[in-house]
Write a protein that binds this ligand. Structure first.
Ligand code: AMP
Length: 385
């Protein structure tokens, strides 16, 4: 069923992804409500028609939200599946709760990939120090212990080096609490990439171009498009992402993060059924942004063309750039006429917190990359210009 422009879209979660989705939805003529425990303090609140400030385990709040919108989606994975099911009794929710249930849990996600024959790093599920020792013996070192639930941006991850004291590693990682983890073999990758696919209710399926990602301290730092990777690798990545999207039966967006291994294999790392940080550059550089495409897919409109209009480099702005809480001098970005600044309206800057991003467009990717590096260095230097 199509929800035409003018309908009311609800988004669970009110962070920057909801904010940018709401901006795209409103441009198309939708009304937008968000549901976020932070209420009016949520980054998306100032750009929405209505804010529901209640907890994700408050059935009455969720029911009120569901009854006030025509269709709903969500902007991050750490929403309880039960909350989605409650909302789903009042209005349709896309992608459905079964997709979230898989993507929010690393063990289920890995088992899903395995069952469908999609390439992924070898892994073992562990629940105690003995299990960790057995997994490390099988997978070798280095390897990485990741939390099964609630992990993002490298949180809850521990790299295990050769000769590590595994009992101590388990104690540190688990904090002495019962915990479930996934141990992954270390992937010797030459590049990290992502493909964001959109799929609407008619089954129309369109991938965005491949994004090349550079992570620093496990957090996305820079995304480049077009990716500097051979065409056959890019084609393989897009085919793989489309196949995963179909297999999961996603209506909405699916971001598929992948590694390109030294041996030339494309391996799936993580799935996110929502707009993704690596797709932010589509706002400035694509015919249809990932946010508009998300709205189109969820509301079952025909999808827009995902083509890239211009080479682009996106740089994340983390709270580390706000020394003692003071914002950097934005003239470093604004002085460059082919740069675009995006700030998420967050009050408090903390190290590692995503506060905004900027994009630099240029006729050639190298030029965009060089300019982006210069701008970042100026922002870091803290000089005013
Ligand atoms: P994740 O939270 O799983 O996306 O991991 C965050 C980052 O850690 C990735 O983008 C990689 O840079 C690195 N990483 C995660 N898993 C592995 C792995 N199995 N092998 C090598 N690097 C990894």
């Amino acid at each position: 069923m199509m929800f035409a422009p003018g309908s009311h879209l609800g988004i669970l979660g009110g962070g920057q992804l909801a904010r940018m989705t709401a901006l795209a939805a409103r441009r198309l003529g939708y009304r937008v409500s968000i549901y976020d425990p932070a209420g009016d303090d949520a980054p998306a609140a100032p750009v929405c028609d209505q804010v529901f400030g209640a907890a994700y385990d408050d059935p009455a709040g969720l029911e009120r939200f569901a009854c006030s919108v025509d269709v709903a989606s969500y902007e991050f994975e750490n929403i309880p599946v039960a909350a989605l099911q409650t909302v789903g009794r009042g209005c349709p929710v896309y992608p459905g709760w079964a997709v979230l249930e898989i993507c929010q849990h690393r063990e289920r996600e890995k088992l899903f990939l395995h069952r469908h024959g999609f390439p992924h790093a070898a892994f073992r599920v562990v629940t105690d120090a003995a299990g960790l020792a057995a997994a490390v013996a099988e997978l070798g070192t280095p390897c990485v212990l990741k939390t099964a639930e609630s992990g993002y941006d490298g949180k809850g991850q521990l790299k295990i080096e050769p000769g590590a004291d595994l009992s101590q590693a388990w104690r540190e990682w688990s904090g002495g609490e019962p915990r479930r983890g996934v141990v992954e073999a270390w992937v010797e990758f030459v590049a990290e990439l992502s493909v964001i696919c959109a799929r609407n209710g008619q089954g129309q399926l369109l991938p965005f171009p491949v994004f090349e990602n550079v992570h620093t301290h496990h957090i996305l730092d820079v995304t480049l498009c077009p990716a500097r990777l051979p065409p056959e690798v890019q084609m393989r990545a897009r085919e793989l992402a489309c196949a995963v999207t179909e297999a999961l039966d996603v209506r909405g967006l699916l971001a598929v993060e992948m590694f390109l291994t030294r041996g030339g294999e494309v391996v799936v790392n993580e799935l996110a059924p929502r707009p993704h940080n690596s797709g932010h550059l589509t706002f400035d550089a694509s015919l249809t942004s990932q946010f508009e495409q998300h709205v189109r897919a969820v509301c079952d409109l025909p999808l827009g063309a995902p083509d890239l209009l211009c080479p682009v480099v996106m740089v994340n702005l983390l709270g580390d750039l706000w020394p003692e809480g003071a914002a950097p001098d934005w003239r470093a970005v604004l002085d460059e006429p082919w740069a675009k600044l995006h700030l998420y309206g967050k009050e408090e800057a903390k190290p590692g917190r995503k506060m905004g991003h900027f994009c630099v467009l240029a006729p050639a990717l190298d030029t965009a990359f060089e300019k982006a590096r210069t701008i970042k260095a100026r922002l870091q230097s803290g000089r005013s210009f």
